[in-house]
Ligand binder design. Structure first.
Ligand code: FES
Length: 162
């Protein structure tokens, strides 16, 4: 059963007092849950937030499902999001995503068996001038080739202990 840490609960309570309408606190609170729940928002997270914030679960679900930055299944320690929108697609973004899926033995959105890498195709990440690009956790990596992307991921894997 998921529960935010004491600090996490204090954070949510703080967010609830910060905005004119308490529904505005849903996004930062979901982020906090995702952070404390190994990178994804589970049904238990929603239930917990609903109780903590006194907001119906359905409203929190609506927000969680609408925004693509919330994951609804476990992701690897490295969540590799490859942009396959127009600018990136014209510069090899789709092939890049395929190459990374093949390299790490995963389908789109799937986590590698060692729990290290999830590769997800995403829409524009706002870095079209340096296409193709990918986001890994909070970091952007631009002007990629398949080789460069694999090198970056492998360096990060080594850093994260695998
Ligand atoms: S199209 Fe890829 S970042 Fe905009």
């Amino acid at each position: 059963m998921f529960q935010l840490s004491k600090e996490g609960q204090d954070f949510v309570k703080g967010e609830l007092t910060r905005y004119e309408h308490k529904y505005s606190a849903i996004i930062p609170s979901l982020y906090r849950c995702q952070e404390e729940n190994k990178g994804w928002v589970s049904p238990e997270c929603i239930r917990h937030l609903s109780q903590l914030m006194a907001i119906p679960e359905a409203h929190i679900w609506e927000v969680a499902k609408f925004y693509t930055m919330f994951n609804h299944q476990p992701v690897g320690k490295l969540h590799v999001q490859v942009c396959t929108n127009i600018s990136c697609a014209m510069n090899g973004g789709r092939e890049l995503a395929d190459h990374l899926c093949k390299t790490y033995g995963v389908e789109n959105g799937e986590m590698s068996k060692d729990g290290m890498v999830t590769v997800t195709r995403v829409e524009c990440l706002g870095s079209c001038g340096t296409a193709p690009m990918m986001q890994i956790n909070d970091g952007y990596h631009e002007d990629l080739t398949p080789e460069k992307a694999v090198q970056i991921i492998n360096e990060l894997r080594a850093k994260h202990g695998n």
